[in-house]
Design a protein. Structure first.
Length: 302
């Protein structure tokens, strides 16, 4: 009888302890909800559909970098390249890669200009599947350097903006609901992008009528996104906020998951962005990642 009473007391103590732990967790959750939310947002493929502009800029830049490639290339073939660029856009992490894709597509189509060992027989499906393997090969075979291509791509965009800002802006579009969601957001908003900050800032001002302080735009040159997220979560003013990261590249979200330090971030894959059906299906099998629809995204920010 004494043993039974002791066991019951131990069980009651354990139950009370569990209840206290759960109560503290609920209290912390309430505190976080009262403190608010921080959203780190990718730009291209989450806020902005820039594929039209980036493809056209890439063609312009490719003509500067490799003028001889375009001998005999008519407007019909250029239009075909731009169409294909929309299909292969999910592989692009940083803008300069668009130049490489333009040249690879041209080499695949025109045997006489072919300099790459991978161009013959390459398809858009092959590019989508193997871009991470193809990119270093063509960079080496063409004798190209990342920084030089980044600078050229930025220069061509700057010149287009200076010469005809209206047309440059018009080649981009913000996704439906995004302008109002940004204007009336009750959450703390940061932009974390591989786009050069000045272009993201110009598009937000012109298309959304929103000015985000420069210290809240982490663009190209800010370091890997995982490092930016670490910086954000360490800021004293962000302590207690619920942390959210919205991205359209599955590979980027998987990189975040590899970092135990970033376990506190809620991760979302925007299904309206530059990702494939295969990637969305894979994301659905990863517990940390939530598939987000555009309508739900806009509601979350508000």
């Amino acid at each position: 009888m004494l043993l039974k009473t002791s066991v019951e007391k131990i069980k009651q103590t354990a139950d009370h302890s569990d209840q206290r732990v759960k109560s503290r967790e609920r209290e912390r959750e309430r505190e976080r909800e009262e403190m608010g939310d921080l959203y780190a947002l990718d730009f291209d493929g989450v806020l902005c559909d820039s594929c039209g502009e980036s493809s056209l800029s890439a063609v312009k830049a490719a003509k500067v970098r490799w003028p001889s490639l375009f001998n005999g290339v008519d407007s019909t073939l250029e239009d075909w390249v731009v169409e294909q660029m929309h299909i292969v856009r999910p592989v692009v992490e940083t803008g300069y890669e668009n130049l490489l894709l333009v040249r690879l597509l041209l080499e695949a189509r025109i045997p006489s200009i072919r300099k790459s060992s991978v161009a013959e027989g390459i398809t858009v499906e092959g590019i989508l599947e193997k871009w991470s393997e193809l990119k270093p090969v063509i960079m080496e075979e063409w004798g190209e350097e990342r920084d030089a291509l980044i600078n050229l791509f930025g220069k061509v965009r700057d010149e287009w903006m200076d010469e005809d800002l209206t047309t440059w802006i018009g080649a981009n579009r913000l996704y439906p609901g995004v302008p109002d969601a940004l204007k009336f957001a009750s959450s703390t908003i940061y932009i974390v992008t591989t786009k050069q900050s000045r272009f993201a800032d110009a598009l937000l001002r012109e298309l959304a009528g929103v000015t985000i302080p420069p210290e809240r735009i982490f663009g190209l040159g800010s370091g890997p996104k995982v490092e930016v997220l670490k910086q954000l979560q360490k800021k004293p003013e962000h302590q207690g906020l619920k942390l959210h990261f919205v991205e359209d590249r599955l590979a980027t979200l998987k990189n975040v998951i590899k970092e135990p330090e970033l376990d506190g971030w809620n991760l979302y894959l925007g299904d309206w962005g530059y990702n494939t059906q295969k990637e969305r299906e894979e994301a659905a099998t990863i517990p940390r990642i939530r598939i987000l629809e555009l309508s739900d995204f806009s509601k979350k920010l508000k």
